[in-house]
Design a protein around this ligand. Sequence first.
Ligand code: MRU
Length: 369
Amino acid sequence: MKVDGRARRTIWREAGAQAVQVIDQRELPHRWRVQVLGTLEHACTAIAQMWVRGAPLIGVTAAYGMALQCVADASDEALGHARVLLDSTRPTAVNLAWATRRMHEALLPMAPAQRATAAWALADAMAEEDVAVNAAIGEHGLVVLRDRAAARRHDGAALQILTHCNAGWLAAVDWGTALAPIYRAHEAGLAVHVWVDETRPRNQGASLTAWELAQAGVPHTVIADNTGGHLMQRGQVDVVIVGADRVSARGDVCNKVGTYLKALAARDNDVPFYAAVPCSTLDLGIDDGVAGIPIEARSPREVTHISGRDAHGSIVEVQLTPDGSPALNVGFDVTPARLVSGLITERGVVSPSDVHLLGRMVSPQRPSR
Ligand code: MRU
């Protein structure tokens, strides 16, 4: 996607470099900063501290983390250690473990001297694959949006789409998952308008999704997280599309906390609710997603404080809550399969009840984790 008219990706490697560069997402939309990741430790820090975030991008960053480890020490022991370290950076998005397992299993049969070159090549290939997968999600999702527009369009008015968190190109290498169909629709001339949930506490919607959509010229409006239900009751939402961090074998969708409440409101108002997911986000190792998917507990400070740009252009953090009030910061929630109308994947749109079939087709040997 383009930033100020220039094509960008979230992670890239200059030809022959033994390091990768990433957009540091912590201060977007107010400050553009690029960070160089030159060691395994840098990659772990970038994921854990959310310089990079979003399930697909976390996976690709972890793949490059394995390559960075190979440059320093490509022994069996070092690779195993790197995989454990990377997997421990964030617990919920399954793409992370999917990527490190894929790298580890490809590298182990090779002689250590060959591993660094092979690791860079595989990580580069995984980055390219992510772009292609998300582009395919965009094409399949475009059909969903066109159908919905045909069913709902009044007098050529824009199709009203609600999304939660950021599942745009910043959450992947390019295109994104939930936003890919929206970008394709916009390009194809289908009139769309996006309701952007602010997504407290880290405000990925207000900060990142709104910025992405603005850069692409897609009409959008940021709303407080609690607004969606009201809009749905008034007939002002035609479809909900979100991303996902993990989807269980029976089709339960884990995504940024607050997604479940949108799905409940959508069901109560007959609004279709879709999750856009690459197959690398399916986890056949867990059936009951509500009970089984590990949910990240994050710092209470993300709830008690908020940061933004002040009148002088400085990024500042201020306290919202009374001194001493405890806060709970749960990163994700799980929307049960029964509330999900469909999953938009790179292989097409599937019912949640078919996730196990799709997962087995894509990875016949075993579950993703
Ligand atoms: O905590 P984050 O920002 O890494 O959250 C992950 C997400 O971006 C969302 O849950 C997203 O909707 C799914 S990942 C494409």
